[in-house]
Design a protein around this ligand. Structure first.
Ligand code: NAD
Length: 296
């Protein structure tokens, strides 16, 4: 029976760990919140006292944490994963973190003899619960081959993006593009309306013309044309602007280090940051429409 140590049982980690249990794994679960551990135990996990306790004797150690600093801490602290895992364990970090930290943690794990991949996810809590996440995976071929069967128990698309850290690269570049196209789509709908063209008519034209994008046809930020979009539920998430801002900041940090010009990424980050300053970053990221309309 596959033994998994799972660390970080928040909005995403809790349902992911529950799916591993459903798939027949023995899951030793740890979170610094006792309440989160108690919920995981209700879902069939076994309670671990620490990250080290979750990792010891595990075939796979999975982390799902907020940011790079948390990942470093659970891997490298005196009571951390690297010190306590059995020598043939495979590590999978599913958190969305900065590329530099992802590469340095995988490098250190590999120097200590462990196979490790970064495997950030696309898809929110609903996909985590249904087991339909997409995993973008960075790491050596052998580490990917080991991680894949476990990831398949939590997701439906498992994509090898190349070397260590490339999962994070794929994630932040995709989300930077999404964040930018969403704002561009908001600007176009707002201008159309101000010039006397209603949202539905503009949608019918642009969604089959060259202005079409996922932001328009799967997530239209103007209320009306697309029934399922958060714009028709007062911009309740969905994917919160706070999460988009986190990913935009990671993209900008990486762009500065790589000396890559991302002028639209920088502008878009600034606009999502205005949603944060207005205390509205709990809205869906398509709620940036309200900022563009001067209605935030
Ligand atoms: P969350 O804040 O709900 O959960 C994080 C959990 O980590 C919390 O329960 C916290 O107590 C725990 N934690 C923090 N530091 C710890 C430590 N040192 N030891 C043990 N536990 C610790 O966050 P989330 O929404 O589950 O997101 C997790 C990751 O997934 C993030 O990197 C996020 O960017 C990414 N992500 C989230 C979504 C989403 O829709 N929520 C979608 C895609 C990716």
């Amino acid at each position: 029976m596959t033994k998994v140590g799972f660390i970080g049982l928040g909005n995403m980690g809790a349902p992911m760990a529950a799916n591993l249990v459903k798939a027949g794994c023995v899951v030793h679960a740890y979170d610094r919140s006792d309440v989160a551990v108690a919920k995981a135990v209700n879902n069939g996990c076994l309670s671990a006292r620490s990250a080290a306790d979750a990792a010891s004797n595990a075939d796979f150690v999975i982390t799902m944490l907020p940011a790079g600093s948390h990942v470093k801490s659970v891997y490298f602290d005196a009571d951390g994963i690297i010190e306590s895992a059995s020598h043939d364990a495979t590590f999978i970090d599913c958190s969305t973190i900065d590329v530099e930290t992802a590469r340095s943690v995988i490098g250190a794990a590999s120097e200590s003899g462990f196979a490790m991949v970064d495997a950030p996810v696309s898809g929110g809590v609903a996909a985590a619960t249904k087991g339909t996440l997409t995993f973008m995976v960075g790491g050596e071929d052998e580490a990917f081959a080991r991680a894949k069967p476990v990831l398949e128990k939590m997701g439906k698309n498992i994509v090898h993006a190349g070397a260590a850290g490339n999962g994070q690269v794929a994630k932040i570049c995709n989300n930077m593009l999404l964040g930018i196209t969403m704002i561009a789509t908001c600007e176009a709908f707002n201008l159309a309306e101000k010039l006397g063209l209603d949202a539905q008519t503009f949608y019918d034209i642009s969604s089959t013309a060259s202005g079409q994008s996922w932001s328009m046809t799967s997530y239209c930020p103007a209320p009306g044309p697309l029934e399922s979009a958060p714009s028709n539920r007062d911009y309740q998430p969905g994917f919160a602007a706070a999460m988009m801002l986190k990913d935009m900041r990671l993209a900008q940090e990486a762009a500065h280090k790589a000396k890559a010009a991302t002028p639209l990424g920088a502008q878009s980050e600034a606009l999502y940051a205005l949603m944060e300053s207005a205390g509205k970053d709990n809205l869906d990221f398509s709620g940036v429409m309200r900022l563009i309309k001067g209605d935030l």
